[in-house]
Ligand binder design. Structure first.
Ligand code: B12
Ligand code: SF4
Ligand code: SF4
Length: 380
Protein backbone atom coordinates (compact mmCIF):
# COMPACT_ATOMS: atom_id res chain seq x y z
CA UNK A 1 0.00 0.00 0.00
CA UNK A 2 3.05 2.31 0.06
CA UNK A 3 2.35 3.12 -3.58
CA UNK A 4 -1.19 4.26 -2.80
CA UNK A 5 -0.03 6.28 0.24
CA UNK A 6 2.52 8.10 -1.90
CA UNK A 7 -0.04 8.73 -4.61
CA UNK A 8 -2.47 10.15 -2.03
CA UNK A 9 0.21 12.50 -0.70
CA UNK A 10 0.78 13.71 -4.23
CA UNK A 11 -2.94 14.17 -4.87
CA UNK A 12 -3.32 16.11 -1.60
CA UNK A 13 -0.45 18.47 -2.42
CA UNK A 14 -1.66 19.02 -5.96
CA UNK A 15 -5.12 19.80 -4.59
CA UNK A 16 -3.69 22.64 -2.48
CA UNK A 17 -2.65 21.08 0.82
CA UNK A 18 0.58 22.59 2.16
CA UNK A 19 1.49 19.66 4.40
CA UNK A 20 0.23 16.09 4.53
CA UNK A 21 0.86 13.10 6.77
CA UNK A 22 -0.57 9.65 7.44
CA UNK A 23 -0.98 7.87 10.77
CA UNK A 24 -2.98 5.11 12.43
CA UNK A 25 -6.55 5.61 13.62
CA UNK A 26 -6.20 4.32 17.19
CA UNK A 27 -7.94 6.26 20.00
CA UNK A 28 -6.49 9.61 21.12
CA UNK A 29 -6.23 8.75 24.79
CA UNK A 30 -4.40 11.90 25.90
CA UNK A 31 -6.93 14.14 24.19
CA UNK A 32 -9.75 12.24 25.86
CA UNK A 33 -8.12 12.79 29.25
CA UNK A 34 -7.50 16.46 28.47
CA UNK A 35 -11.14 16.98 27.46
CA UNK A 36 -12.50 15.20 30.55
CA UNK A 37 -10.14 17.19 32.78
CA UNK A 38 -11.14 20.50 31.23
CA UNK A 39 -14.81 19.67 31.66
CA UNK A 40 -14.26 18.79 35.32
CA UNK A 41 -12.30 21.98 35.95
CA UNK A 42 -14.99 24.07 34.24
CA UNK A 43 -12.45 25.30 31.69
CA UNK A 44 -14.51 23.97 28.77
CA UNK A 45 -17.13 26.63 29.64
CA UNK A 46 -19.99 24.51 28.32
CA UNK A 47 -18.48 24.26 24.81
CA UNK A 48 -20.00 21.45 22.75
CA UNK A 49 -17.95 20.58 19.63
CA UNK A 50 -15.50 17.79 20.46
CA UNK A 51 -16.36 18.16 24.15
CA UNK A 52 -19.97 16.96 23.84
CA UNK A 53 -19.14 13.33 23.14
CA UNK A 54 -15.42 12.73 23.78
CA UNK A 55 -15.80 8.95 23.44
CA UNK A 56 -16.61 9.71 19.78
CA UNK A 57 -14.35 12.70 19.08
CA UNK A 58 -11.26 10.96 20.42
CA UNK A 59 -11.91 7.51 18.96
CA UNK A 60 -12.08 7.27 15.16
CA UNK A 61 -13.36 3.67 15.49
CA UNK A 62 -16.71 5.04 16.70
CA UNK A 63 -17.13 7.05 13.49
CA UNK A 64 -15.83 4.28 11.25
CA UNK A 65 -15.57 0.81 12.78
CA UNK A 66 -12.52 -0.92 11.31
CA UNK A 67 -10.80 2.39 10.39
CA UNK A 68 -7.07 1.90 9.86
CA UNK A 69 -5.67 5.28 8.96
CA UNK A 70 -5.97 9.04 9.04
CA UNK A 71 -4.68 11.05 6.10
CA UNK A 72 -4.12 14.52 7.59
CA UNK A 73 -3.79 17.75 5.64
CA UNK A 74 -2.90 21.32 6.62
CA UNK A 75 -3.79 24.36 4.50
CA UNK A 76 -2.29 27.79 5.09
CA UNK A 77 -4.59 30.73 5.63
CA UNK A 78 -1.90 33.35 6.10
CA UNK A 79 -2.60 36.27 3.76
CA UNK A 80 -1.57 39.91 3.50
CA UNK A 81 -4.08 42.05 5.39
CA UNK A 82 -6.34 44.23 3.24
CA UNK A 83 -6.63 47.81 4.57
CA UNK A 84 -9.42 48.60 7.04
CA UNK A 85 -12.51 49.99 5.36
CA UNK A 86 -11.34 48.82 1.92
CA UNK A 87 -14.08 48.80 -0.68
CA UNK A 88 -16.88 49.90 1.67
CA UNK A 89 -19.19 52.87 1.52
CA UNK A 90 -18.83 55.24 4.47
CA UNK A 91 -21.70 56.49 6.56
CA UNK A 92 -22.42 60.14 5.89
CA UNK A 93 -20.89 62.36 8.57
CA UNK A 94 -20.34 66.09 8.11
CA UNK A 95 -17.09 65.88 10.06
CA UNK A 96 -15.88 62.83 8.17
CA UNK A 97 -15.28 60.78 11.32
CA UNK A 98 -14.31 57.17 10.54
CA UNK A 99 -16.93 54.44 10.77
CA UNK A 100 -16.17 51.99 13.57
CA UNK A 101 -14.66 48.78 12.21
CA UNK A 102 -14.87 45.30 13.71
CA UNK A 103 -11.90 43.01 13.22
CA UNK A 104 -12.33 39.44 11.96
CA UNK A 105 -9.75 36.77 12.78
CA UNK A 106 -7.57 35.76 9.88
CA UNK A 107 -8.93 32.20 9.50
CA UNK A 108 -12.33 33.69 8.73
CA UNK A 109 -11.54 36.41 6.16
CA UNK A 110 -12.84 33.94 3.58
CA UNK A 111 -13.94 30.32 3.88
CA UNK A 112 -10.77 28.23 4.22
CA UNK A 113 -12.54 25.07 5.34
CA UNK A 114 -14.29 24.66 1.96
CA UNK A 115 -11.05 24.41 -0.08
CA UNK A 116 -9.53 22.16 2.61
CA UNK A 117 -12.56 19.87 2.43
CA UNK A 118 -12.36 19.83 -1.36
CA UNK A 119 -8.69 18.87 -1.37
CA UNK A 120 -9.28 16.10 1.14
CA UNK A 121 -12.31 15.06 -0.92
CA UNK A 122 -10.01 14.33 -3.86
CA UNK A 123 -7.87 12.13 -1.62
CA UNK A 124 -10.99 10.37 -0.34
CA UNK A 125 -12.24 9.86 -3.90
CA UNK A 126 -9.02 8.09 -4.90
CA UNK A 127 -9.23 5.82 -1.83
CA UNK A 128 -12.83 4.90 -2.69
CA UNK A 129 -11.78 4.00 -6.24
CA UNK A 130 -9.72 1.23 -4.65
CA UNK A 131 -12.85 -0.07 -2.91
CA UNK A 132 -12.09 1.25 0.58
CA UNK A 133 -14.24 3.51 2.73
CA UNK A 134 -13.16 7.12 3.20
CA UNK A 135 -14.71 10.00 5.15
CA UNK A 136 -13.57 13.60 5.16
CA UNK A 137 -13.50 15.21 8.62
CA UNK A 138 -12.81 18.95 8.81
CA UNK A 139 -13.59 20.93 11.94
CA UNK A 140 -16.08 18.21 12.68
CA UNK A 141 -17.17 17.10 16.13
CA UNK A 142 -16.07 13.55 15.27
CA UNK A 143 -12.30 14.14 15.47
CA UNK A 144 -9.73 16.11 17.44
CA UNK A 145 -8.01 17.66 14.41
CA UNK A 146 -4.94 18.96 16.21
CA UNK A 147 -4.12 15.65 17.87
CA UNK A 148 -4.43 13.93 14.47
CA UNK A 149 -2.01 16.45 12.93
CA UNK A 150 0.48 15.92 15.74
CA UNK A 151 0.27 12.13 15.43
CA UNK A 152 0.72 12.32 11.66
CA UNK A 153 3.99 14.19 12.22
CA UNK A 154 2.85 17.56 10.85
CA UNK A 155 3.69 19.68 13.87
CA UNK A 156 3.84 20.15 17.64
CA UNK A 157 1.38 21.43 20.23
CA UNK A 158 2.41 25.03 20.94
CA UNK A 159 1.95 26.66 24.30
CA UNK A 160 -0.97 28.57 22.76
CA UNK A 161 -2.57 25.09 22.16
CA UNK A 162 -2.33 25.52 18.39
CA UNK A 163 -0.42 23.07 16.24
CA UNK A 164 2.68 24.70 14.78
CA UNK A 165 4.38 23.34 11.68
CA UNK A 166 8.18 23.43 11.65
CA UNK A 167 9.38 26.44 9.68
CA UNK A 168 5.81 27.46 8.87
CA UNK A 169 4.02 28.24 12.14
CA UNK A 170 0.37 28.00 13.09
CA UNK A 171 -1.66 29.87 10.43
CA UNK A 172 -3.10 26.58 9.12
CA UNK A 173 -6.47 24.89 9.16
CA UNK A 174 -6.40 21.14 9.66
CA UNK A 175 -8.48 18.23 8.47
CA UNK A 176 -8.37 14.50 7.80
CA UNK A 177 -9.64 11.63 5.71
CA UNK A 178 -10.58 8.70 7.91
CA UNK A 179 -10.32 5.39 6.06
CA UNK A 180 -10.19 1.61 6.41
CA UNK A 181 -7.52 1.44 3.70
CA UNK A 182 -4.28 0.04 5.17
CA UNK A 183 -2.17 3.06 4.23
CA UNK A 184 -0.73 3.97 7.65
CA UNK A 185 3.01 3.36 8.04
CA UNK A 186 3.77 0.42 10.37
CA UNK A 187 5.63 2.78 12.71
CA UNK A 188 4.16 6.15 13.73
CA UNK A 189 5.87 9.18 12.21
CA UNK A 190 8.52 10.53 14.58
CA UNK A 191 7.06 13.27 16.80
CA UNK A 192 8.01 16.77 15.70
CA UNK A 193 10.37 18.44 18.17
CA UNK A 194 8.86 21.11 20.39
CA UNK A 195 9.86 24.39 18.78
CA UNK A 196 8.55 26.69 21.54
CA UNK A 197 11.57 26.24 23.78
CA UNK A 198 11.56 28.73 26.63
CA UNK A 199 9.30 31.22 24.81
CA UNK A 200 6.03 32.14 26.55
CA UNK A 201 5.01 35.12 24.48
CA UNK A 202 1.53 33.81 23.68
CA UNK A 203 0.76 33.48 27.38
CA UNK A 204 1.67 37.10 28.07
CA UNK A 205 0.08 38.40 24.84
CA UNK A 206 -3.34 36.94 25.58
CA UNK A 207 -5.48 39.95 26.54
CA UNK A 208 -7.52 38.03 29.12
CA UNK A 209 -4.99 35.54 30.53
CA UNK A 210 -6.93 32.63 29.00
CA UNK A 211 -3.75 30.58 28.52
CA UNK A 212 -3.57 29.72 32.17
CA UNK A 213 -0.56 27.43 31.76
CA UNK A 214 1.46 26.37 28.73
CA UNK A 215 -0.90 24.40 26.46
CA UNK A 216 -3.91 24.94 28.77
CA UNK A 217 -6.73 27.18 27.65
CA UNK A 218 -9.53 28.34 29.95
CA UNK A 219 -12.40 28.98 27.54
CA UNK A 220 -14.23 31.04 30.17
CA UNK A 221 -11.72 33.79 29.41
CA UNK A 222 -10.93 33.14 25.76
CA UNK A 223 -12.32 35.93 23.56
CA UNK A 224 -12.55 33.57 20.58
CA UNK A 225 -14.98 31.43 22.59
CA UNK A 226 -16.82 34.27 24.34
CA UNK A 227 -17.69 35.75 20.92
CA UNK A 228 -19.29 32.40 20.03
CA UNK A 229 -20.96 31.72 23.36
CA UNK A 230 -24.67 32.34 23.94
CA UNK A 231 -26.04 34.66 26.66
CA UNK A 232 -24.50 37.69 28.29
CA UNK A 233 -20.91 38.56 27.35
CA UNK A 234 -19.00 38.63 30.68
CA UNK A 235 -18.69 42.26 31.68
CA UNK A 236 -15.13 41.83 32.94
CA UNK A 237 -13.90 40.90 29.44
CA UNK A 238 -15.81 43.47 27.36
CA UNK A 239 -13.15 46.18 27.36
CA UNK A 240 -10.48 43.60 26.49
CA UNK A 241 -12.53 42.57 23.45
CA UNK A 242 -11.42 45.80 21.77
CA UNK A 243 -12.46 45.78 18.10
CA UNK A 244 -12.71 41.99 17.72
CA UNK A 245 -15.97 40.99 16.09
CA UNK A 246 -15.18 37.37 15.29
CA UNK A 247 -12.28 35.25 16.55
CA UNK A 248 -9.03 36.36 18.13
CA UNK A 249 -5.49 36.09 16.77
CA UNK A 250 -3.44 37.61 19.58
CA UNK A 251 -1.79 34.37 20.72
CA UNK A 252 -0.47 33.84 17.18
CA UNK A 253 0.41 37.31 15.90
CA UNK A 254 3.66 37.86 17.78
CA UNK A 255 4.62 34.17 18.01
CA UNK A 256 8.29 34.12 16.95
CA UNK A 257 7.82 30.95 14.90
CA UNK A 258 5.09 32.67 12.89
CA UNK A 259 7.11 35.86 12.57
CA UNK A 260 10.09 33.95 11.22
CA UNK A 261 7.90 32.04 8.74
CA UNK A 262 6.27 35.29 7.57
CA UNK A 263 9.70 36.81 7.00
CA UNK A 264 11.02 33.78 5.12
CA UNK A 265 8.02 33.45 2.80
CA UNK A 266 5.96 36.62 2.54
CA UNK A 267 2.23 35.94 2.33
CA UNK A 268 0.07 36.08 -0.78
CA UNK A 269 -2.48 38.88 -1.06
CA UNK A 270 -5.82 38.29 0.59
CA UNK A 271 -8.53 36.80 -1.62
CA UNK A 272 -10.96 39.26 -3.23
CA UNK A 273 -13.87 40.09 -0.91
CA UNK A 274 -11.87 39.07 2.17
CA UNK A 275 -13.69 40.17 5.32
CA UNK A 276 -10.79 41.28 7.53
CA UNK A 277 -12.95 44.11 8.90
CA UNK A 278 -16.68 44.69 8.91
CA UNK A 279 -18.46 47.97 9.44
CA UNK A 280 -20.00 47.76 12.91
CA UNK A 281 -22.74 50.14 11.83
CA UNK A 282 -23.59 47.91 8.87
CA UNK A 283 -23.83 44.90 11.19
CA UNK A 284 -26.12 46.80 13.56
CA UNK A 285 -28.30 48.19 10.77
CA UNK A 286 -28.73 44.97 8.82
CA UNK A 287 -31.99 43.04 9.01
CA UNK A 288 -31.76 39.29 9.57
CA UNK A 289 -31.54 38.44 5.90
CA UNK A 290 -28.79 40.96 5.20
CA UNK A 291 -26.85 39.98 8.32
CA UNK A 292 -27.08 36.29 7.46
CA UNK A 293 -25.68 37.15 4.02
CA UNK A 294 -22.82 39.07 5.65
CA UNK A 295 -21.78 36.59 8.36
CA UNK A 296 -23.48 33.38 7.27
CA UNK A 297 -20.21 31.39 7.43
CA UNK A 298 -19.60 32.15 11.08
CA UNK A 299 -20.33 29.86 13.95
CA UNK A 300 -23.23 31.58 15.72
CA UNK A 301 -24.84 29.87 18.72
CA UNK A 302 -28.22 28.46 17.71
CA UNK A 303 -27.89 30.61 14.53
CA UNK A 304 -29.31 33.44 16.66
CA UNK A 305 -28.11 36.65 15.04
CA UNK A 306 -28.73 38.61 18.24
CA UNK A 307 -25.36 37.32 19.45
CA UNK A 308 -23.58 38.88 16.47
CA UNK A 309 -25.38 42.15 17.27
CA UNK A 310 -24.46 41.78 20.97
CA UNK A 311 -20.79 41.49 19.99
CA UNK A 312 -21.06 44.45 17.62
CA UNK A 313 -22.48 46.60 20.43
CA UNK A 314 -19.47 45.83 22.62
CA UNK A 315 -17.11 46.73 19.78
CA UNK A 316 -19.11 49.91 19.22
CA UNK A 317 -18.64 50.81 22.89
CA UNK A 318 -14.91 50.15 22.62
CA UNK A 319 -14.04 51.91 19.37
CA UNK A 320 -17.01 54.10 18.36
CA UNK A 321 -16.86 57.87 18.26
CA UNK A 322 -19.47 59.10 20.77
CA UNK A 323 -20.46 62.01 18.51
CA UNK A 324 -20.68 60.12 15.21
CA UNK A 325 -24.30 60.35 14.03
CA UNK A 326 -24.26 56.73 12.83
CA UNK A 327 -23.01 55.55 16.23
CA UNK A 328 -25.73 57.47 18.06
CA UNK A 329 -28.37 56.12 15.71
CA UNK A 330 -27.19 52.53 16.23
CA UNK A 331 -27.12 52.99 20.01
CA UNK A 332 -30.58 54.55 20.01
CA UNK A 333 -32.00 51.65 18.03
CA UNK A 334 -30.41 49.04 20.28
CA UNK A 335 -31.54 50.84 23.46
CA UNK A 336 -35.10 50.67 22.13
CA UNK A 337 -34.80 47.03 21.01
CA UNK A 338 -37.32 44.47 22.25
CA UNK A 339 -34.46 42.11 22.98
CA UNK A 340 -33.10 42.58 26.52
CA UNK A 341 -29.71 41.14 25.50
CA UNK A 342 -29.33 43.99 23.03
CA UNK A 343 -30.73 46.64 25.37
CA UNK A 344 -28.40 45.63 28.20
CA UNK A 345 -25.27 45.53 26.01
CA UNK A 346 -26.29 48.87 24.49
CA UNK A 347 -26.46 50.36 28.00
CA UNK A 348 -22.89 49.20 28.56
CA UNK A 349 -21.75 50.59 25.20
CA UNK A 350 -23.41 53.97 25.77
CA UNK A 351 -21.85 54.28 29.21
CA UNK A 352 -18.43 53.29 27.88
CA UNK A 353 -18.73 56.06 25.30
CA UNK A 354 -19.68 58.52 28.03
CA UNK A 355 -23.19 58.84 26.60
CA UNK A 356 -25.23 58.13 29.74
CA UNK A 357 -27.42 61.00 28.53
CA UNK A 358 -28.99 58.45 26.16
CA UNK A 359 -30.11 56.19 29.01
CA UNK A 360 -32.95 58.19 30.55
CA UNK A 361 -35.64 55.96 29.05
CA UNK A 362 -34.04 52.84 30.54
CA UNK A 363 -34.34 53.84 34.21
CA UNK A 364 -37.73 52.17 34.50
CA UNK A 365 -36.78 49.05 32.49
CA UNK A 366 -37.83 46.08 34.60
CA UNK A 367 -35.94 43.42 32.68
CA UNK A 368 -33.35 41.94 35.07
CA UNK A 369 -30.51 42.07 32.52
CA UNK A 370 -31.09 45.75 31.80
CA UNK A 371 -31.73 46.60 35.46
CA UNK A 372 -28.41 44.92 36.39
CA UNK A 373 -26.56 46.90 33.77
CA UNK A 374 -28.17 50.17 34.92
CA UNK A 375 -27.37 49.32 38.57
CA UNK A 376 -23.73 48.80 37.63
CA UNK A 377 -23.63 52.34 36.25
CA UNK A 378 -24.69 53.60 39.64
CA UNK A 379 -21.79 51.73 41.27
CA UNK A 380 -19.16 53.30 38.98
C1 B12 B 1 -13.29 23.83 20.52
C2 B12 B 1 -12.39 24.55 19.55
C3 B12 B 1 -12.02 25.86 19.86
C4 B12 B 1 -12.34 26.48 21.19
C5 B12 B 1 -11.36 25.94 22.24
C6 B12 B 1 -9.90 25.90 21.74
C7 B12 B 1 -8.97 25.04 22.55
N1 B12 B 1 -7.71 25.40 22.58
O1 B12 B 1 -9.37 24.04 23.12
C8 B12 B 1 -12.21 28.00 20.88
C9 B12 B 1 -13.56 28.53 20.47
C10 B12 B 1 -11.65 28.85 22.00
C11 B12 B 1 -11.29 27.94 19.66
C12 B12 B 1 -10.50 28.99 19.27
C13 B12 B 1 -9.65 28.93 18.19
N2 B12 B 1 -9.59 27.97 17.25
CO1 B12 B 1 -10.54 26.29 17.41
N3 B12 B 1 -11.28 24.57 17.44
C14 B12 B 1 -11.95 23.94 18.35
C15 B12 B 1 -12.25 22.51 17.90
C16 B12 B 1 -13.69 22.44 17.40
C17 B12 B 1 -12.00 21.46 18.96
C18 B12 B 1 -10.68 21.63 19.76
C19 B12 B 1 -10.53 20.56 20.80
O2 B12 B 1 -10.97 19.44 20.63
N4 B12 B 1 -9.95 20.84 21.93
C20 B12 B 1 -9.79 19.80 22.93
C21 B12 B 1 -8.59 20.06 23.76
C22 B12 B 1 -8.37 18.93 24.75
O3 B12 B 1 -7.55 20.09 22.89
P1 B12 B 1 -6.34 21.07 23.09
O4 B12 B 1 -6.62 22.30 23.83
O5 B12 B 1 -5.81 21.20 21.72
O6 B12 B 1 -5.46 20.20 24.08
C23 B12 B 1 -4.31 19.57 23.69
C24 B12 B 1 -3.09 20.42 23.98
O7 B12 B 1 -3.42 21.41 24.91
C25 B12 B 1 -2.10 19.41 24.46
N5 B12 B 1 -1.55 19.69 25.75
C26 B12 B 1 -2.01 19.24 26.92
N6 B12 B 1 -1.17 19.63 27.89
C27 B12 B 1 -0.18 20.35 27.32
C28 B12 B 1 0.92 20.97 27.88
C29 B12 B 1 1.81 21.65 27.05
C30 B12 B 1 3.00 22.28 27.64
C31 B12 B 1 1.55 21.72 25.65
C32 B12 B 1 2.46 22.47 24.76
C33 B12 B 1 0.42 21.08 25.10
C34 B12 B 1 -0.42 20.40 25.96
O8 B12 B 1 -2.73 18.15 24.55
C35 B12 B 1 -4.13 18.32 24.54
C36 B12 B 1 -4.80 17.09 24.04
O9 B12 B 1 -4.45 16.70 22.73
C37 B12 B 1 -11.21 22.33 16.73
C38 B12 B 1 -11.71 21.48 15.54
C39 B12 B 1 -11.65 20.01 15.85
N7 B12 B 1 -12.66 19.27 15.52
O10 B12 B 1 -10.66 19.54 16.39
C40 B12 B 1 -10.91 23.79 16.29
C41 B12 B 1 -9.45 24.13 15.99
C42 B12 B 1 -8.60 23.59 17.11
N8 B12 B 1 -9.46 25.58 16.05
C43 B12 B 1 -8.69 26.16 15.20
C44 B12 B 1 -8.48 27.56 15.12
C45 B12 B 1 -7.86 28.08 13.84
C46 B12 B 1 -8.85 28.38 16.18
C47 B12 B 1 -8.48 29.86 16.38
C48 B12 B 1 -7.07 30.23 15.92
C49 B12 B 1 -9.54 30.73 15.66
C50 B12 B 1 -9.44 32.22 15.99
N9 B12 B 1 -8.52 32.95 15.40
O11 B12 B 1 -10.22 32.71 16.77
C51 B12 B 1 -8.65 30.02 17.91
C52 B12 B 1 -7.36 29.71 18.65
C53 B12 B 1 -7.48 29.84 20.13
C54 B12 B 1 -6.55 28.88 20.86
N10 B12 B 1 -5.48 29.38 21.45
O12 B12 B 1 -6.82 27.69 20.86
C55 B12 B 1 -7.95 25.14 14.35
C56 B12 B 1 -6.51 25.01 14.87
C57 B12 B 1 -5.45 24.96 13.80
C58 B12 B 1 -4.08 24.80 14.39
N11 B12 B 1 -3.08 25.13 13.59
O13 B12 B 1 -3.89 24.39 15.49
C59 B12 B 1 -8.84 23.85 14.57
C60 B12 B 1 -8.09 22.53 14.53
C61 B12 B 1 -9.92 23.89 13.47
C62 B12 B 1 -9.41 23.31 12.17
N12 B12 B 1 -9.96 22.19 11.72
O14 B12 B 1 -8.50 23.83 11.56
N13 B12 B 1 -11.33 26.71 19.07
S1 SF4 C 1 -7.62 33.39 21.12
FE1 SF4 C 1 -7.27 35.39 22.12
S2 SF4 C 1 -8.30 35.25 24.10
FE2 SF4 C 1 -8.12 33.15 23.28
S3 SF4 C 1 -6.22 32.33 24.14
FE3 SF4 C 1 -5.66 33.27 22.17
S4 SF4 C 1 -5.11 35.38 22.68
FE4 SF4 C 1 -6.21 34.58 24.43
S1 SF4 D 1 4.46 32.36 21.13
FE1 SF4 D 1 6.24 31.18 21.80
S2 SF4 D 1 5.38 29.71 23.29
FE2 SF4 D 1 3.65 30.54 22.13
S3 SF4 D 1 3.31 29.09 20.49
FE3 SF4 D 1 4.70 30.67 19.68
S4 SF4 D 1 6.78 29.87 20.07
FE4 SF4 D 1 5.35 28.68 21.32
Amino acid sequence: MDGLADELRRIGRQAGLDRVGICDALPFTESRQAIERRKLEGRSAGMQFTFRNPSRSTDPQVTMPGARALFVGARSYYRQAPPAGAGRERHPDPQDRPDPEGRVARYSWVDHYGPLRQALGQVAGRIEQEGWRARVLVDDNALVDRAAAVRAGLGWFGKNTNVLLPGAGSWFVLGSVLTDAPIAPPIRPAPVDDGCGSCKRCLSDCPTGALVEPGQLDARRCLAWLLQAPGVFPVEHRAALGDRLYGCDDCQVRCPVNRRAERDSPPADAEPRSQAFLSVLEVLEADDEALEALVGRWYIPGRELRFVRRNALIVLGNVGDPDHPGVLEALGRALASRDPILRSHAVWAAARLGRTDLLGGLAADTDPLVADEMARLGEQ
